[in-house]
Design a protein around this ligand. Structure first.
Ligand code: SF4
Ligand code: SF4
Length: 158
C-alpha cells in the first residue's frame, strides 16, 4: 500500500536537505498508523481493559484528532515551515537546495539549518548530505524507507 500523500512527497527534498518522503505528516504514515491503531483498539475491545477512571472517550477523541492532522504538501509545494528562512533564502538565490550554495560555510541561517537537519534526523526523517547526488540519494533513501519503522506501513500488504 502506498498513499497518495506519499506519491506527492516522494520526490521532494526540501531546500535544507530534509526528504519530505520520509516525513510521517507528509507521506501519510501518521494517518495510516493512527487508523490502524484505532482499528485495533476497537476490534480488541480495549475499552474493557482500561484502568478505572480512564476516560476512553477522550482517548478516542485524541486519536481521531491525530488521525486528522492536515497532511503536509511538502516543502516544494507550499508545505513545511511558514516563512522558513532557509526556503526563502535558497529561493531568492535560485538554488535547488543549500548544498549548492557558495555561502554555505558563512550562512547566516546556519544555526537554524543545523537545528532543522538534526531535529529531523532525530525524529527519524532522512536528510540529504551536502554534495550527494539527489537521484542517488532518493534511490537509496527509498529502499531504506521500505524497511524502516513506522514508514514500512506504507509498503506492507494489508
Ligand atoms: S520548510 Fe524549511 S525546514 Fe522545512 S523542509 Fe523546507 S527548507 Fe527545510
Ligand atoms: S545562505 Fe544558507 S540558507 Fe541561504 S541558500 Fe546558502 S546555505 Fe542555504
Amino acid at each position: 500500500m502506498k498513499t497518495k500523500s506519499f506519491d506527492n512527497v516522494k520526490d521532494q527534498v526540501g531546500f535544507c536537505g530534509i526528504w519530505c518522503g520520509s516525513c510521517v505528516v507528509g507521506n501519510g504514515v501518521l494517518r495510516e498508523l493512527t487508523k490502524e491503531y484505532e482499528r485495533i483498539v476497537e476490534k480488541y475491545g480495549l475499552e474493557d481493559w482500561a484502568s478505572e477512571g480512564f476516560d476512553f472517550n477522550e482517548f478516542k477523541k485524541g486519536l481521531a484528532s491525530i488521525r486528522d492532522v492536515k497532511t503536509c504538501s511538502g516543502c516544494l509545494k507550499g508545505g513545511g515551515r511558514d516563512n522558513c528562512e532557509i526556503k526563502n533564502c535558497a529561493r531568492s538565490r535560485e538554488l535547488k537546495d543549500c548544498s549548492a550554495c557558495e555561502d554555505f560555510m558563512v550562512c547566516k541561517n546556519s544555526e537554524i539549518l543545523k537545528k532543522m537537519r538534526e531535529g529531523a534526523r532525530d525524529a527519524g526523517l532522512l536528510v540529504k548530505d551536502k554534495d550527494v547526488d539527489q537521484k542517488h540519494f532518493l534511490k537509496k533513501a527509498m529502499s531504506e524507507l521500505e524497511n524502516k519503522s513506522p514508514h514500512c506501513i506504507l509498503f506492507c500488504k494489508t
